[in-house]
Design a protein around this ligand. Structure first.
Ligand code: NAD
Length: 299
């Protein structure tokens, strides 16, 4: 049994921390939001009074926080000053690769073993322990990281040195945004052509248009019963989070990489968030495209 500090118990962290409890570990959890902390206690975690309290004496420290600024703050004020030498510090949040390298250096200088290990898969995968992890860390630390992540994972890939997990993650999520927009556009056109949505799904899910955004996370209600479209687009993965990831991709490639579809996805998700979609699941982008089509028709 390991002593795990788990910091950040939101949409993703809640299910992930519960998986560690289920694997028999002692999980001392902390979140600034008392409601999130209470839910983690219900799932079997022990409540820490602060992030510093959670990390004190932990063998493994897992953070699942909104963005780079939160990770920096928790590392600077809790992990680095209070963690035990040699502890494994694994950040699973999605942040900029440069930020990941900087917190890993901070942790390494304090005698910790650091890894960036962002995830693919939504809240259902977090609760089921079927996330895909992409891990940036020293070769010698990967075995320990893999063991620590295994109760939460269906796949764990060592992508290379520190920061490489985040690099893989932002490339994946740029692809995801583009594919979700593509699937949504196809449904909007299918509607316009009078095609039954289920019939279109039955065809595309077995044809060359098949992809995860269609078959696991379908943006219209009906064909995939547990996709957010069937619960009024409650996240899941919020529009604001997807916009954050597209900004990370744009900034990572700025001035060097031509990514016209990534740029267009960023523009569309910015419009989605500006139109009230920040806390709506990112698959709700279909409503923006549908409304834009209505305007085009009216014009
Ligand atoms: P969330 O906003 O639901 O949860 C983040 C939690 O962190 C919140 O409960 C918040 O109170 C807590 N928090 C913020 N600052 C804190 C601090 N200083 N100390 C302690 N707690 C603090 O976000 P989420 O959807 O769980 O996503 C977390 C990360 O995972 C993000 O980086 C996101 O991009 C990434 N991610 C999310 C999904 C998804 O489907 N939701 C999928 C893959 C990756």
């Amino acid at each position: 049994m390991s002593h795990i500090a788990f910091i950040g118990l939101g949409n993703m962290g809640a299910g992930m921390a519960a998986r560690q409890v289920g694997a028999g570990h002692r999980v001392l959890a902390f979140d600034l939001n008392p409601v999130a902390l209470a839910a983690a206690v219900n799932a079997g975690c022990l409540a820490a009074e602060s992030a510093a309290h959670a990390v004190t004496g932990a063998d493994v420290i897992i953070t699942m926080l909104p963005a780079g600024a939160h990770v920096h703050e928790v590392y600077a004020h809790a992990v680095v000053p209070f963690a035990t030498q040699g502890a494994l510090a694994i950040d699973c949040s999605t942040i900029d690769p440069a930020d990941a390298r900087s917190v890993a250096t901070m942790a390494g200088d304090a005698g910790l073993r650091a890894a960036d290990a962002p995830v693919s898969g939504g809240t259902a995968a977090a609760s089921a322990g079927t996330l895909a992890f992409m891990v940036g860390c020293d070769d010698g630390d990967f075995g320990a990281v893999e063991q620590a992540l295994s109760p939460m994972a269906r796949a764990i890939v060592h992508t290379g040195a520190s920061g490489s997990g985040q690099a893989a993650k932002i490339c994946n999520n740029m692809l995801l945004a583009i594919s979700m927009i593509g699937v949504s556009e196809a449904f909007v056109l299918a509607d316009h052509l009078g095609l039954d949505r289920q019939k279109f799904f039955d065809v595309a899910s077995q044809s060359s248009g098949q992809c995860w955004s269609l078959t696991s996370y379908c943006p219209v209600p009906g064909p995939v019963p547990d996709s957010p479209a069937n619960r009024d687009y409650a996240p899941g993965f919020a529009g604001a989070m997807m916009l954050k990831d597209l900004k990370l991709a744009a900034s990572a490639g700025a001035g060097v990489v031509a990514n016209p579809l990534g740029q267009e996805a960023l523009r569309l998700y910015q419009a989605f968030v500006d139109g009230g979609g920040a806390d709506t699941d990112f698959s709700g982008i279909v409503s923006l495209l549908s409304a834009a089509s209505g305007r085009a028709k009216a014009g």
